[in-house]
Design a protein. Structure first.
Length: 278
């Protein structure tokens, strides 16, 4: 099909189609006779995907990385969602200030008071977002360092090991490339290198995958003290919740409210100590 037909099918203007081609998002073929661009059904699907992602305000460069399989689709969406949530928090603060200024005239505007309120909001939000973002970063790093899965077979030879890794990647929608086959294969997930080994246990085979260079994913802005605390919390979160639930069910109903307040009170000195130094 030609570009006019493509415009009609997708609702995307010819100018934007050419722009997306220039940015490397689509790669139409050329007619051997007249060298005109020729578009196919795959181009239609790509353009409709681009259209949807642009409506979600995703940057062109991030869309290109998805199309070129430099980053997994779900990973890119999660990163974009994190950015949108951060923007929403900033917008909510702006809305709050604007609501207060709706009935204020320029002549009576107390600029210093407004700026002071903004500084307080930014300081409060900054501390909280620092806690949340650092925890999420450490948790993400720990999830990337190593992972395990149970293959469908006992993985008795290199061919079965390769098939098991590819099946796991397909099931979890990962862009996995095996760079070295064997019983201790080496592979990459989104450009990050891992090694794998198979262990036979009571309930069958288990594949353990570990990052070859885990230090490369660590965010240098997070102190080792803070990182250690978050690792402990992340590793023991399920046990902490289960213990707390058991304790909560064993106390009289009238005392449960006070028991629920204990963690909230305990968090104040915890955060003060944790963030005393970055």
């Amino acid at each position: 099909m030609n570009i006019n037909e493509l415009e009609g099918m997708t609702g995307i203007t010819k100018q934007n189609i050419r722009f997306y081609e220039k940015k490397g998002l689509i790669h139409p073929s050329r007619n051997e006779v007249n060298q005109y661009r020729e578009y196919h059904q795959e181009d239609v699907r790509k353009l409709m995907t681009i259209k949807a992602l642009r409506k979600l305000d995703m940057p062109i460069e991030d869309i290109r990385r998805i199309m070129d399989k430099e980053i997994a689709f779900d990973v890119a969406i999660q990163m974009h969602l994190d950015g949108l949530l951060e923007k929403r928090s900033e917008l909510e603060s702006c809305i709050s200030i604007c609501e207060e200024l709706c009935h204020t005239q320029l002549e009576t505007l107390d600029v210093e008071d407004v700026l002071l309120k903004m500084d307080k909001m930014e300081e409060k939000g900054g501390i909280f977002m620092s806690i949340l973002n650092d925890y999420k970063q450490v948790k993400k790093e720990e999830g990337m360092r190593k992972f395990t899965f149970r293959p469908d077979t006992m993985v008795m030879n290199p061919r079965e090991f390769t098939d098991a890794l590819l099946a796991y990647a397909e099931e979890n929608k990962l862009h996995l490339v095996i760079t070295k086959e064997g019983m201790y294969p080496v592979f990459e997930v989104d450009g990050v290198e891992y090694t794998a080994e198979r262990v036979i246990g009571r309930f069958g085979a288990v594949v353990y995958c570990s990052m070859t260079h885990p230090e490369t994913v660590e965010d240098g802005s997070i102190s080792q003290k803070r990182r250690k605390i978050f690792k402990i919390i992340s590793a023991n979160m399920l046990a902490i919740v289960l213990v707390w639930f058991i304790v909560l069910t064993r106390v009289p109903t009238g005392q449960r409210l006070w028991l629920c307040l204990i963690p909230a009170v305990a968090l104040v000195p915890f955060f003060a100590w944790t963030f005393r130094e970055k």
